[in-house]
Design a protein around this ligand. Structure first.
Ligand code: RUQ
Ligand code: CUA
Length: 629
């Protein structure tokens, strides 16, 4: 406390000094300086203090999620999801290797925090892999991936994902690139318009365990025309039970899409009534395709409607009260607000202007509430706690602030470089926290020291508590930031664990907790090892095998002190795992290289960390002391 006071005093003295120095300058400069001082104070988290929010932002094709604190914007953790990550040994042990399914990367786009009654409940974080059609679930108890579902049947380019329904009944998935269905079928691309299909779908989430399921009994898919589905959002409050996805390429074109798919003046937002879909599922009105339930809208009226939307729409976002659906046509200067109630009325009145493969198209004029002149290239919208919406403008490099209900644009702030997504803490829930908006920029020229042709990425932290938005900070973010979600830190305070408690968090049948249980057991050509790691030794420290043996090591870190990690690396065997306190991991490999291979702890764990080592001794085939050629 005393130290903090000293620091705050120190800063104040500096500011007074700065103020005196600048007193003689032009008033303009002084104003600029005091704004900078204000901004510095607003983002300054004194040593020992903690940030107010966790920010989870996706790392695109790095396959990772990065965690930062708001308002400091300090990067505090990397969660490897679709990509092996040596720092935590992710993708090297048997379990995570199996989860990755042989893929070495993924394209992580849209993180989603689990919700209860439309608010973040701090249980899980989901994220999609646009490239390999998967979704992952991270447990916020320990910030680790617990499940990767997929590649999901029939889906191709899972971009419109992951968005959760009000009580995390489902997470969304959707096809960005239409393909012939069942996936795996061959049809010449010339027959695209008739024989290729899009899929929008909901993966079921077990309410207790978070387990995601899509099979013959769980979740479902909806067969769609060959449009490109882009982004989605789930309804809430009055619109609970519906999910919305934007799509482009209503032209059903192939080739150079920037031309061929920009012919129509309007594309669509697909509105899917999942409660209705559930009724059809109960009646057995679906087909099993590739092991999953697929509903054909032609045979299931009332499940899908299309709402015309400004050309090439991108983001679709539902307001906190669930009444408004905001769809942004990225080639226009307006964003369209749809009225959910009007949508229901238009459906009731069969106010249709046509159909697409049996899916009714609603009359635009009947469902739209307003066209908000936000500016050029609107992409995504977030909401605050005061009834305002914030729309990112890619072309204009700005954020527009506008009022829900009156639809007037009340403020605009320029962004350093083309903005993509934006994030208001809890800004897609029923109760946004407001306070900040983070602009996730697509390009960032000149905001950091240059490091060559590829410029460091920058995200900008903006204060939204006042009438006017105020830029506070240029933060470095790992490439390539797509969507981000931020949650009040106190929501996770009692949820995050400090160690894996023996028998409570660690129920691994291969865990051992005492040195006397450490052992090496041979069964035929398999050598199985139960090993412990504790400051600062491995037990057993010696593993003797024959060349060609399969080696299985169950390694338990028996420490019960937070942050006491141990690593386990075998030289030249490409083995590297990390065990957190109380964690057990299994390592499997074939001892195909003869000789003596040291293993050692990779995480600095004590003054005697360097002493934490042992040997893998591989007897050459033939039994002699030298390898046979
Ligand atoms: S979208 S490019 Cu999230 Cu704006 Cu993928
Ligand atoms: Cu254990 Cu270093």
């Amino acid at each position: 406390m005393k130290r903090q006071l000293q620091i705050v005093l120190g800063i104040l003295i500096t500011f007074v000094a700065v103020a005196i120095v600048f007193h003689s300058c032009k008033p303009g400069k002084e104003a600029v300086k005091s704004e900078a001082v204000e901004a510095a104070l607003a983002t300054y988290v004194p040593p020992g203090d903690l940030d107010e929010f966790y920010l989870f932002y996706s790392g695109g094709h790095s396959g990772n999620i990065f965690v930062a604190g708001i308002p400091s914007m300090r990067h505090i953790c990397t969660i490897p999801v679709f990509t092996p990550y040596p720092s935590t040994g992710y993708g090297f042990d048997a379990e995570t290797k199996k989860m990755l399914g042989g893929y070495t990367w993924g394209d992580a786009h849209h993180p989603a925090l689990s919700e209860t009654n439309g608010d973040y409940d701090g249980r899980w974080l989901f994220i999609n892999d646009n490239a390999n059609n998967r979704i992952a679930r991270i447990d916020l108890k320990d910030f680790k991936v617990k499940q990767i579902l997929g590649p999901i049947p029939n889906l191709s380019g899972n971009h419109g994902s992951t968005f959760v329904t009000e009580n995390t009944e489902y997470v969304t998935i959707a096809t960005r690139f239409s393909v012939p269905i069942p996936k795996g079928t061959y049809v010449p691309v010339e027959e695209y318009a008739k024989k290729y299909h899009g899929i929008v779908a909901l993966v079921e989430v077990d309410p207790k365990t978070g387990e995601m399921r899509m099979d013959e009994k769980h979740g479902f898919q909806v067969l769609m025309p060959p449009f490109n589905f882009d982004l989605g959002d789930a309804g809430k409050g009055p619109s609970h039970g519906w999910v919305f996805w934007t799509c482009y390429n209503s032209e059903r074109a192939t080739g150079i899409l920037e031309i061929t798919a920009s012919q129509n003046d309007r594309d669509y937002i697909a509105a899917v009534n999942w409660k209705k879909a559930e009724e059809y599922l109960k009646q057995g009105k679906y087909k099993i395709i590739n092991g999953v339930r697929v509903i054909d809208p032609k045979e299931a009226p009332g499940v899908v409607y299309l709402m015309p939307c400004a050309k090439s729409p991108h983001g679709v976002d539902v307001s906190p009260d669930g009444k408004w659906i905001v769809g942004s046509g990225k080639l226009q200067s307006i964003t369209t607000v749809y009225n959910f109630e009007k949508m229901l009325k238009a459906i009731e009145n069969k106010d249709f202007v046509g159909e697409e493969d049996g899916i009714p198209v609603l009359r635009y004029e009947s469902v739209r509430e307003a066209e908000v002149p936000v500016g050029l290239g609107p992409l995504h919208t977030q909401f605050d706690d005061k009834g305002y919406a914030y729309t990112s403008l890619f072309v204009e490099s700005a954020i527009a602030k506008w009022k829900l209900g009156t639809w007037e644009v009340v403020d605009k702030i320029p962004i350093a470089y083309n903005i993509g997504h934006l994030c208001v803490p809890e800004g897609d829930t029923k109760h946004p926290a407001g306070k900040y908006v983070i602009a996730l920029n697509k390009l960032s020229h000149g905001r950091h020291l240059t490091v060559g042709p590829s410029q460091p990425e920058a995200s900008q932290l903006i204060d939204i508590t006042g009438e006017k938005m105020k830029l506070l900070y240029d933060a470095f973010t790992e490439p390539e930031p797509h969507y981000a979600k931020a949650i009040r830190a106190d929501k996770l305070k009692d949820k995050v664990i400090e160690v894996y408690q023996k028998g409570i968090d660690n129920k691994n049948p291969n865990a051992i907790w005492d040195e006397k249980d450490a052992k090496v057991v041979r069964k035929g050509n398999t050598v199985e090892v139960w090993m412990i790691a504790v400051r600062s030794r491995f037990q057993p420290w010696k593993i003797e095998v024959n060349q060609g043996d399969k080696v299985i090591i169950h390694l338990t870190n028996i420490e019960q002190t937070t942050d006491e990690l141990h690593g386990f690396a075998i030289c030249e065997y490409d083995i590297n795992v990390v065990v957190d306190p109380g964690e057990t991991k299994t390592i499997e490999f074939v001892a195909n290289k003869p000789g003596v291979y040291p293993f050692y702890c990779t995480n600095f764990c004590s003054a005697l960390h360097q002493e934490m080592q042992g040997y893998l001794l591989v007897k050459p085939k033939g039994g002699a002391g030298v390898a046979q050629k």
